[in-house]
Design a protein around this ligand. Structure first.
Ligand SMILES: *[C@@H]1O[C@H](CO)[C@@H](O)[C@H](O)[C@H]1NC(C)=O
Ligand SMILES: *[C@@H]1O[C@H](CO)[C@@H](O)[C@H](O)[C@H]1NC(C)=O
Ligand SMILES: *[C@@H]1O[C@H](CO)[C@@H](O)[C@H](O)[C@H]1NC(C)=O
Ligand SMILES: *[C@@H]1O[C@H](CO)[C@@H](O)[C@H](O)[C@H]1NC(C)=O
Ligand SMILES: *[C@@H]1O[C@H](CO)[C@@H](O)[C@H](O)[C@H]1NC(C)=O
Ligand SMILES: *[C@@H]1O[C@H](CO)[C@@H](O)[C@H](O)[C@H]1NC(C)=O
Length: 321
């Protein structure tokens, strides 16, 4: 074999080194995305935002082919935070692997991003914030579980991942200090304590997840792993609504499109006393109801995630590898 010239050697080394050195996916690389998560990501129509959910928008904006596995009500694992809904471990992942096995989901790992957005239910009422779990469960294993989703998918051949972090749940109506009894919780509670505790859970949960992902990334050769900063984006919408919300009502980040006030201890099959924004007024709201982002917020999330999946720079994403 002829000896390589300096230039050939340099480019051979570059070609070898580039895939491991380059952080993030390349422009144009991604054609599909696969979603795992809860009601924030479940694309059933109408979605929990009252319209289309963010993945439906992102699939159109890309365009990308969408493989949706997220289910309303889900936690990461019912072994940690038990809820009677289809969790990622125990339901969504097995469902995905079944579809891979039977050829329904035929995905080239290079062209596919896996998104994971979980935590709202794990941290929330009837789970961490109300101490409803096994004694050894805390925010730590709950976030380890989210990171384990990446590990399990990587082991099956997946390579590109976006971890959407936890939103500032303390800014939702459910977890605000001046909250009212609503369909998610109408029993007696100390709303100040819930607000303080939820702020701690969301912020520490996100910091723990980032540290775990940073530690994990170098152990998974060829993987590209990002954190998408949902926390930062929604905080920015809260602080600067005029940059994002475009409805015909006064901009509103403390109320919601579909606000229903319950009496204390009222049956949850009642509807409560509702104030509902209609038509183009809806796009003035950050929140759809006491726990969920509005459809306009979801369009923004979709727009920003699309940028990340297209391999373009985004102030809301950090690639760890
Ligand atoms: C959850 O518990 C079941 C039953 O004990 C077990 O089979 C399963 O592997 C556990 N799943 C996880 C993700 O720990
Ligand atoms: C493949 O598996 C999925 C998930 O279990 C199922 O819903 C679907 O009907 C299966 N498709 C075929 C062609 O067997
Ligand atoms: C609610 O919790 C806050 C913070 O711990 C405390 O200051 C306040 O006294 C509590 N309110 C009631 C009614 O117990
Ligand atoms: C607000 O902007 C989105 C695009 O982000 C657009 O789809 C929607 O129709 C706009 N809403 C109104 C009321 O103009
Ligand atoms: C925001 O929306 C709520 C309904 O959830 C309403 O009660 C409140 O008056 C609105 N605030 C503004 C500033 O329009
Ligand atoms: C609501 O239920 C709790 C116990 O579950 C009880 O202590 C409280 O008095 C009830 N309040 C109202 C207004 O019914």
């Amino acid at each position: 074999m002829a000896p390589l010239s300096g230039l050939q050697l340099a480019s051979a080394l570059l070609a070898f080194a580039a895939p491991t050195l380059a952080k993030g996916v390349a422009p144009g690389q991604i054609k599909n995305f696969v979603t795992f998560g809860d009601s924030y990501t479940d694309i059933s129509y109408p979605a929990a935002d009252g319209g289309y959910a963010w993945p439906t928008y992102a699939a159109g904006y890309g365009p990308f082919d969408l493989y949706p596995f997220a289910k309303s009500g889900a936690a990461c694992s019912n072994n940690l935070t038990y809820r009677p809904y289809p969790p990622i471990f125990g339901y969504q992942l097995p469902n995905y692997f079944d579809e891979v096995k039977n050829g329904t989901a035929k995905l080239n790992p290079e062209e596919t991003v896996y998104t994971i957005w979980i935590g709202t239910n794990d941290l929330g009422a009837n789970a961490l914030i109300t101490g409803s779990d096994a004694p050894d469960v805390s925010i730590v294993p709950v976030r380890q579980c989210a990171v384990d989703v990446v590990k399990v998918l990587y082991a099956s051949g997946a390579r590109n991942f976006i971890m959407q972090n936890i939103i500032p749940l303390d800014l939702t109506i459910l977890y605000s200090a001046n909250s009212y009894p609503n369909k998610y919780w109408d029993e007696v509670r100390n709303t100040t304590e819930w607000n303080v505790f939820m702020k701690e859970l969301s912020r520490s949960g996100n910091a723990i997840t980032d540290l775990m992902l940073q530690a994990l990334a170098p152990t998974l050769p060829g993987a590209h792993i990002a954190t998408f900063d949902s926390y930062g984006l929604i905080t920015d919408i809260y602080n600067n609504p005029g940059n994002y919300l475009n409805g015909t009502a006064p901009l509103n980040v403390t109320g919601c499109v579909n606000s229903c006030v319950y009496n204390l201890n009222e049956s949850e099959s009642d509807t409560g006393d509702c104030t509902v924004a209609e038509g183009t007024d809806r796009d003035s709201f950050l929140w759809y109801d006491e726990l969920h982002p509005s459809e306009q917020t979801d369009r923004i999330i979709a727009r920003e995630i699309t940028t990340v999946m297209k391999g373009e720079a985004s102030k809301w994403a950090t690639w760890w590898s």
